[in-house]
Design a protein around this ligand. Structure first.
Ligand code: NAD
Ligand code: ZN
Length: 332
């Protein structure tokens, strides 16, 4: 029998930091399962959310964030309760869920997420975790890796032998770099942090640069595609820098406006495409498989649950290498 209160980190109305305290364990309902959370990842998107950035557009999907909300949109755990007898076979299974897949589908964004001892997940959003993959890697796979994999493989359509630029070598960018290398491309990293550039070289980058301009300046590299995990001025620079007929894919939400020189886009016949999470469960399964075979080896640091706000401070300052993960405490 579960205790009916649990620890949770909530974003309250008007707040820019998380409030950690005791809340009621959610009551499972048909079509949903209760996951005992074993790992949940910290994403830079949470920082945008905490600072009030709204994810609604004039046309297209409404990804509005409602408060109060338990954050944490990279979740892995064990199913401990099911909403209907039909789902009894799920009890005790290791499952992962998270990342953007459509409106109203993401824990920690559209309903309470994984920064809690327990989390309700729609049963259709669960993906089984292979035995060879631990909870930390599975959590990070739901967004950081899956989004990066989709952006590189599907949205940018990167092929073997191409030159690919990756801007922003953080949680997502490092997974994108590894994906590009796995696809047989030459990957070039761009980051303002020397430590991140060194890490990317160690992970298989052909070379790394401090800015997009440096990537292509005199005698530099011609790149067929650039995937931008920062967003804003870097995107405008990427459109200038990519080869004729090249593709620029934007994943980062680092700015709320963007100025592009139309001549760079039109005269170069270039494409600029947005990429959001992944809508493809088969790709998520492929990512978990690559993790199980150690072809993808994300750098993960586990921090104490009570240090969540300090973790986000480090992420804001660019002081994180790879991905931070917490293990929510289980009720005693
Ligand atoms: P992160 O903080 O782990 O990494 C960001 C990296 O960018 C850091 O290494 C930092 O040094 C680098 N950087 C910052 N400014 C730079 C600049 N001007 N030039 C070059 N490098 C710079 O962040 P993350 O969790 O990997 O998220 C990256 C972005 O992707 C965020 O904006 C996040 O909101 C967004 N995101 C989008 C989706 C999606 O589905 N589209 C999903 C998850 C995250
Ligand atoms: Zn995210």
């Amino acid at each position: 029998m579960l205790k009916r209160t649990m620890r949770a980190a909530r974003l309250l109305p008007g707040a820019t930091r998380l409030t950690i305290g005791d809340v009621a364990v959610p009551v499972v309902r048909p079509g949903w399962v209760l996951l005992e959370v074993r790992a949940a990842g910290l994403c830079h998107t949470d920082i945008h959310v905490m600072h009030g950035v709204e994810f609604s557009t004039k046309r297209g999907a409404d990804y509005a964030i409602k408060r109060p909300l338990i954050l944490g949109h990279e979740v892995a755990g064990i199913v401990v309760e099911v909403g209907s007898g039909d789902d009894a076979a799920l009890l005790g299974t290791r499952m992962a869920a998270g990342g953007w897949a459509g409106p109203s589908t993401t824990p920690g964004m559209h309903f309470d997420g994984g920064f809690a001892s327990y989390c309700l997940i729609p049963r259709g959003k669960l993906v089984p975790i292979p035995d060879a993959v631990d909870f930390d890697a599975a959590a990070v796979a739901t967004d950081s890796i899956k989004t990066a994999y989709t952006a590189v493989r599907r949205t940018a359509g990167v092929r073997s032998g191409e030159n690919v630029g990756i801007i922003g070598l953080g949680g997502l960018g490092m997974s994108a770099l590894r994906t590009a290398v796995l696809l047989g491309a030459r990957a070039y990293g761009v980051d303002i942090s020397a430590a991140r550039r060194d890490a990317a070289r160690a992970a298989g980058a052909t070379d790394c640069f401090e800015s997009v301009d440096e990537l292509t300046d005199a005698g530099g590299v011609g790149v067929d595609a650039i995937v931008d995990f920062v967003g804003g001025e870097t995107t405008a620079a990427a459109v200038e820098a990519v080869n004729e007929n090249g593709r620029v894919v934007l994943v980062g939400l680092g700015d709320t406006s963007l100025t592009i020189d139309p001549r760079a886009l039109v005269l170069g016949r270039k494409s600029l495409i947005g990429s959001l999470g992944s809508q493809n469960t088969a790709d998520f399964v492929a990512v978990l498989d690559e993790l199980g075979r150690a072809n993808l080896t994300p750098e993960i640091e586990v921090i104490p649950f009570d240090d969540l706000n300090a973790g986000y401070d480090r992420l804001s300052r660019g002081e994180v290498s790879g991905r931070l993960v917490v293990h929510p405490p289980q009720p005693a």
